[in-house]
Ligand binder design. Structure first.
Ligand code: N5H
Length: 257
């Protein structure tokens, strides 16, 4: 579609299947000429990713295992990525985790363990990844993560993830200040509700999504491709003056009172 990302090497973290927001992002980055590197945690995700790439005629620069809850795994993945790619220009962080028990009932019942797990995998992971990726981002570049409105307001059942996303958005601002010196921008997309594997098995999705259709200025939900295109913009030089920002890709839902 364009050459906006020609010659840019971008790491995409968090494709579990064809419904993943990370996959919508990967397709968009590919369409605009990026060379893609993927990381995965579960073998099953690797299988699905391999199939998706083949079906879509996308040849990745490389695929590396990375468990973001483990510093050594992140260091090893980025050492491998740096060795293979030399320089990278962007990182897409599109992953989160929270225990199922914490995503229902009252937030007040969140256990210390559940709180720390959500923070560790969903917010601190961005900090740890940024630190490793920075070493290879010697020409500057962009880091983009994924958030949700539950960071700003109380959304039923989102609970511990809302607090983790609030931390994630604050991490975006602090990282933007630190990495700005190296010409690296750090931003987030706050997407409307999208039915992905992570939403599966957690209740409340249908109701939230129908309220968006009713109330959002555009009277509809958004999809992975729309988040993909907005992320593409944040990775590209078109957004060169933007850092520390959270852009809502939510059919305008967040402006409504
Ligand atoms: C208010 C809602 C609906 C209810 C809350 C959903 C929260 C989802 C986020 C977390 C990350 C989901 C999660 O970790 C589920 C796991 O306990 C179990 N699932 C898995 O292990 C699957 C197999 C893998 C792929 O998942 C992960 N995370 O690795 C929010 C929705 C309207 C919007 C939404 C779905 C937001 C979001 O943050 O994803």
């Amino acid at each position: 579609m364009s050459n906006l990302l020609a010659g840019k090497k971008i790491v995409v973290m968090g494709v579990a299947n064809e419904r993943s927001i990370g996959w919508g992002i990967a397709k968009s980055l590919h369409e605009h000429g990026a060379e893609l590197i993927f990381t995965y945690r579960k073998e099953r995700s690797l299988d699905r990713l391999t199939k998706l790439l083949a079906e879509n005629g996308i040849r990745p620069l490389m695929v590396a295992a990375c468990d973001v809850s483990d510093d050594e795994s992140i260091a090893a993945a980025y050492a491998k990525i740096g060795e293979e790619a030399g320089i990278i220009h962007g990182v897409v962080h599109s992953l989160a985790y929270a225990g199922k028990d914490e995503l229902q009932g009252e937030f007040v019942d969140t256990t210390r363990e559940g709180y720390l797990l959500a923070q560790d995998s969903s917010a601190y992971s961005l900090v740890a990844v940024a630190r490793e990726a920075r070493k290879w981002m010697t020409e500057g570049g962009a880091i983009v993560t994924q958030s949700y409105i539950g960071a700003e307001r109380v959304v039923r059942n989102y609970n511990v993830m809302g607090v983790a996303k609030a931390a994630l958005e604050a991490c975006v601002r602090y990282l933007a200040e630190d990495l700005g010196k190296d010409g690296i921008r750090v931003n987030a997309i706050s997407a409307g509700p999208i039915r992905t594997l992570s939403a599966k098995g957690v209740s409340g999705f249908n109701e939230i999504s129908s309220v968006v259709v009713e109330r959002a200025p555009l009277r509809r939900n958004v999809d992975q491709n729309e988040v993909g295109d907005a992320t593409m913009f944040l990775v590209s030089d078109l957004s060169r003056g933007i850092t520390g920002e959270v852009i809502h890709v939510d059919a305008g839902y967040h402006i409504m009172g």
